[in-house]
Design a protein around this ligand. Structure first.
Ligand code: SF4
Length: 205
């Protein structure tokens, strides 16, 4: 569910970005300045941040679509690094959106950016606090289309994962206790095929 939302909002973002660039070109912005970072002679830095964000978001989208190719070549770390440029793109687009528009932005637009910024700051803090506290609801999840029975996860978190008779991991569906949270996150990060995830599951508490 979270993956589907992630992908859907990613596609929506790229579509909105394409509309934004087309609209800018339609309303008179020279095409190279709209897509080449720091090529706009009128607002070299602020407009340039927008073009930079464009390419970083495209890089994130391409690596997202090519995830299985990275997995097949066993480069999950490289994939995470390249896909993570989306954060840089988001920061660039935030400054660009707030400062490169009209001299006086609408309060609603500013409030919208503020709400996004708040959400991006609050959500990771909230997740970290929830993980640190007792009774976390995080559990392991496995994408069985990607898992190749490598077994690394069972070695890292034997309390919750063991290798079954078929050579594939048997993953406990119990909540991950706080004392295993860091190791669980490390196992998910190091899974060579990106098959292992730590998922937050709401229990209604
Ligand atoms: S480390 Fe990843 S690929 Fe290997 S067994 Fe565990 S889930 Fe499967």
């Amino acid at each position: 569910m979270a993956q589907a939302a992630h992908r859907a909002t990613g596609v929506l973002g790229i579509g909105s970005l394409a509309l934004h660039v087309i609209a800018k070109i339609e309303y008179g912005r020279a095409a190279p300045a709209a897509v080449v970072p720091f090529a706009d002679p009128h607002q070299r830095f602020l407009a340039g941040l927008g073009a930079l964000a464009l390419w970083l978001m495209v890089a994130a989208a391409v690596t997202g679509a090519a995830r299985s190719a990275f997995v097949a070549r066993r480069h999950p770390g490289r994939w995470r690094l390249l896909h993570g440029v989306a954060y840089l793109g988001w920061c660039s687009s935030l400054v660009h959106g707030l400062k490169a528009g009209q001299p006086e932005s609408s309060p609603w637009v500013t409030a919208g950016y503020g709400a996004c910024l708040l959400a991006v700051v609050v959500v990771p803090v909230w997740r970290a606090v929830r993980r640190a506290g007792a009774g976390t609801d995080d559990r392991f999840g496995v994408d069985w289309t990607l898992c190749d029975g490598h077994g690394l996860c069972a070695g890292m978190v034997p309390e919750l994962i063991r290798i079954g008779p078929d050579g594939y991991p048997f993953v406990s569906t119990s909540p991950i206790p706080p004392y295993l949270a860091a190791r669980a996150q490390a196992a998910a990060r190091r899974c060579p095929t990106l098959a292992l995830r730590v998922e937050g599951i709401r229990s209604g508490r």
